[in-house]
Every structure is written in structure tokens, then in C-alpha cells.
Write a protein that binds this ligand. Structure first.
Ligand SMILES: NC(=O)c1ccc[n+]([C@@H]2O[C@H](COP(=O)([O-])OP(=O)(O)OC[C@H]3O[C@@H](n4cnc5c(N)ncnc54)[C@H](O)[C@@H]3O)[C@@H](O)[C@H]2O)c1
Length: 249
């Protein structure tokens, strides 16, 4: 069984959805949790209470990953609380879907800033303490949209494909110090982010998914927890698709 006792994790976008499931799963396996989020404070406080109910420490850091200074402070806050950050999960992400012709430039920039730049800022901030510790696990949340491209998601697909490049470059840079960096590429998971997708598109995705159904937040949390564990020590620079077989590369 995966044992994360004595480890501490920092998760971005941890207040709800997939990020919350990751916080709870890592905590259930023994890790203390700090998480960053820009959403409503009461949603984050409820997540804090659920982590604490599992007997683990929980620190909510209200911060925006598009602010590089805030990312440095978030890592410092986690190190202050737990003495170290063993696991970083770059999960915060947004969509602003539109066809390229109609996509406002601001929506193109915003999605790149949150999904890709935010992950880079967090990695940049966490790498120093991890290098000093000669260990660490970094997991980036990509998407099938970054692997295969998705109509109406030029910004989102670009950001998620960019995360795959960032994952591989980071993996090469930090490998000699015992740090791994991997990505998870979820398929369609029912959360606040996806619940408003047109029904026709949802049916289309379900039909194209060999396993024939959508995934759950726990499916993603299980994969992240594995990549964050000692059991995944010899895996780095990889993209683990958790998508019911939707994209086979
Ligand atoms: N739901 C899916 O089907 C699916 C599929 C593939 C990939 N993903 C990815 O999984 C991740 C989580 O998605 P979700 O479905 O749980 O979404 P969600 O919208 O339910 O949760 C995202 C969380 O990130 C937070 N967040 C957004 N912008 C932020 C910022 N600038 N700084 C800090 N926190 C921020 C939000 O407040 C929210 O709590 C995203 O990166 C998303 O792209 C989701």
C-alpha cells in the first residue's frame, strides 16, 4: 500500500474538483497538505476540514498561481508549516473555450497564464528546496486535450501540451538529484469545469471512450498519488493517461 507518512504535499487548485480529491487521497495515505486556490474561501475551508478529519495537517493558501511572487510565498508558507515540500501537484487550471476566429486575445493569454505559466512559477519556486533535500515528486495536470488537440480549445490544448514539454524538460533537469517530474492526462472527468459542456459533445466523448464512461476525480487522484509515492521512484518525464482509453499514443 502507498505510504506517504511523514511527507508533505503542496497542491494548486486544491479547494474543489480534481485538486480536492488529490488533497484527500494524499492525506488518506499519510501526507500533510498545503493547497493554493483563488476560489471562494468557504469552499477551501470545507476542504481543510475534510483533510483534518483524516488526521492530517491542512494549510489553505489563498493565492493566484499567475503571480510569481505569490508562488514563491506559497512554497515558503508550506516549508514553514511542514519543514519541506516533498510533493508538488500543479493542478490549477481553467478553460475559456471558443473557436480561434472568435477567441478574445485575453482568453488566449489567461488560459496560458494559469495552466502553463502558473505551473512553471510553482516549479521554479519549489525546485530549490527539493534540490537541497535531494528528493521530490512533481506532478503536472495535463489533459487529453493537450495530447490530441480539441476544437474550440486552442488556448487550453496549447497550455496542456506545453505542460507536457515542461514536464519532460523539468524531469531531465532535476533527475540527478532524485527528483521526478511526471504528468497525468485525464480524459473527461465530471467536475464544475466540465459540467456545462454541451450534451452532444459529452455523448460524443463517451462514445469515443473505449471504456464507455466518464472518469471520476478519484481515478485521477489515484494516479497522482502513485506518481507521488516511493513506488514510482523509477518513473520520470512520463505522461500517464487516465482517460478510459480515449487517447492511445
Ligand atoms: N475535469 C476534467 O474533465 C479535466 C480533464 C482534463 C484535465 N483537467 C484538469 O484538471 C485540473 C482540475 O480540473 P477540475 O475539473 O477539478 O476544475 P475545477 O474548476 O473544478 O477546479 C479547479 C480549481 O483550480 C482553482 N484555480 C483556478 N485558477 C486558479 C489560479 N489562477 N490560481 C490558483 N487556483 C486556481 C479553482 O479555484 C478551482 O478550485 C485542471 O488543470 C484541468 O485542466 C480536468
Amino acid at each position: 500500500m502507498i505510504d506517504l507518512s511523514g511527507k508533505s504535499a503542496l497542491v494548486t487548485g486544491g479547494a474543489r474538483g480534481i485538486g480536492k480529491a488529490i488533497c484527500l487521497k494524499l492525506a488518506a495515505q499519510g501526507a500533510d497538505i498545503a493547497f493554493v486556490d483563488v476560489g471562494r474561501a468557504e469552499v477551501a475551508e470545507a476542504t481543510v476540514a475534510e483533510i483534518q478529519a483524516l488526521g492530517r495537517k491542512a494549510v489553505y493558501i489563498p493565492a493566484d498561481v499567475t503571480d510569481p511572487e505569490a508562488c514563491v510565498k506559497a512554497v515558503a508558507t508550506a516549508v514553514e508549516a511542514f519543514g519541506k515540500v516533498d510533493i508538488l501537484v500543479n493542478n490549477a487550471g481553467i478553460t475559456r473555450d471558443d473557436l480561434i476566429m472568435r477567441m478574445p486575445i485575453d482568453d488566449w493569454k489567461k488560459v496560458l497564464e494559469v495552466n502553463l505559466f502558473g505551473a512553471f512559477y510553482m516549479i521554479k519556486a519549489v525546485v530549490r528546496p527539493m534540490l537541497k533535500a535531494h528528493s521530490g515528486r512533481i506532478v503536472n495536470m495535463s489533459s487529453v486535450s493537450g495530447q490530441a488537440g480539441q476544437m474550440g480549445q486552442a488556448n487550453y490544448s496549447s497550455s496542456k501540451a506545453g505542460l507536457i514539454g515542461l514536464t519532460k524538460a523539468t524531469a531531465r533537469e532535476v533527475a540527478s538529484r532524485g527528483i521526478t517530474c511526471n504528468a497525468v492526462a485525464p480524459g473527461f472527468i465530471v467536475t464544475e469545469l466540465t459540467k456545462d459542456l454541451p450534451e452532444a459533445l459529452q455523448d460524443q466523448i463517451k462514445t469515443a471512450t473505449p471504456l464507455g464512461h466518464f472518469g471520476t476525480v478519484d481515478d485521477i487522484a489515484n494516479a497522482v498519488t502513485f506518481l507521488a509515492s516511493d513506488e514510482a521512484a523509477y518513473i520520470t518525464g512520463q505522461v500517464l493517461a487516465v482517460d478510459g482509453g480515449l487517447v492511445m499514443m
